[in-house]
Design a protein around this ligand. Structure first.
Ligand SMILES: Cc1cc2nc3c(=O)[nH]c(=O)nc-3n(C[C@H](O)[C@H](O)[C@H](O)COP(=O)(O)OP(=O)(O)OC[C@H]3O[C@@H](n4cnc5c(N)ncnc54)[C@H](O)[C@@H]3O)c2cc1C
Length: 282
């Protein structure tokens, strides 16, 4: 637990929450699954977000909005999100957390942690998600930018209130591929791909990779290459090589940098061809 904790707050308005978390030594508390066991000595007060009314999943015509205190388990149970993600949310979230942990950990906590190999973050990047953040004023930030500037945005009282996932329009396909120590384990490297095709030609593409850098990344050069193409096997291979070439992944006990880069190439190809095969499948 937190060794220097002196105060627990549970505000019922956003204004009050924002005022509190701007105080020195004060941090937001989502599900507490990371914060509480973390024993961070600099934390003197926590602001429990559960009274702020940020716990709904709301379907809108062009997107689904997910409140920051929605738990990971509610994402898995949401029919709306299963439909939007073509079922992938139900495959991906259980890879990172057991049922008990999913019932407690929140979307806001997951986003704030910004784990480099988090498969849900990778899927959300491929879906073009954004989030609503108070830092210090309200703003909407694309997930890719948020992950790049996460520490700066959250330091000194940044608060995530909502995740927004756009509804794909047109004939689209989504693919996801990963390697882990076991098939049910947290992925070592993972890739998500989103394709929108019209008359067999790629009009829109997002390729996201996890476990290859200090944060989840998009593969901009590979995306650029695929636009206007049919995404054939050869083109998927070329895109995979383009995606892997600039990577310099870190080495740790789960995989060397070389292994991660080699896997990134294999998985980009696999995720792209999977997305292509599923285009228009609903
Ligand atoms: C047994 C166990 C195993 C775990 N394994 C892993 C693992 O393998 N990988 C991993 O990444 N995590 C792991 N965790 C940590 C944790 O489950 C995840 O990081 C989870 O997504 C955090 O969500 P939370 O709501 O519990 O966040 P909290 O613990 O409440 O908060 C995490 C951080 O986010 C900040 N925060 C929370 N909500 C917001 C918000 N709305 N806006 C801004 N900042 C916010 C907090 O101040 C804190 O700094 C594990 C935890 C446990 C107990």
């Amino acid at each position: 637990m937190l060794p220097n904790l002196q105060a627990y707050h549970r505000p019922d308005s956003l204004e009050e929450a924002l005022r509190l978390i701007r105080q020195p030594g004060t941090v937001p508390l989502g599900g507490g699954t990371h914060l509480l066991p973390g024993r961070d000595p600099s934390v003197e007060a926590v602001v429990d977000l559960s009274g702020l009314g940020l716990s709904s999943i709301e379907g809108k015509p062009d997107r689904v909005s997910v409140g920051a205190t929605v738990t990971l388990q509610r994402l898995v149970e949401s029919a709306e999100l299963a439909d939007l993600t073509r079922g992938w949310v139900r495959e991906v979230v259980p890879l990172v957390a057991s049922r008990n942990l999913r019932g407690q950990a929140t979307v806001g906590g997951m986003l704030a942690r910004g784990e480099a190999d988090h498969p849900l973050l990778v899927l959300l990047l491929a879906l073009g998600a954004s989030l609503t953040l108070w830092a210090p004023e309200r703003r909407t930030v694309g997930l890719e930018s948020f992950l790049a500037y996460r520490r700066r945005l959250l330091t000194g009282g940044g608060l995530i209130t909502e995740l927004e996932i756009p509804r794909p329009v047109g004939t689209v396909g989504l693919g996801f591929a990963y390697v882990g120590r076991t098939p049910k384990d947290w992925p070592i490297v993972c890739v998500a791909s989103f394709l929108r095709m019209e008359e067999g030609i790629c009009q829109e593409v997002r390729l996201a990779l996890g476990g290859v850098a200090e944060r989840p990344l998009r593969a901009a050069r590979a995306e650029q290459y695929l636009l206007g193409k049919a995404v054939s096997v050869e083109q998927a291979e070329e895109a995979a090589a383009l995606a892997a070439r600039p990577l310099a992944p870190p080495t740790d006990f789960r995989g060397s940098g070389e292994y991660r880069r080699a896997m990134a190439e294999v998985l980009v190809r696999r995720a792209l061809l999977m997305a292509k095969a599923r285009v228009g499948a609903g």
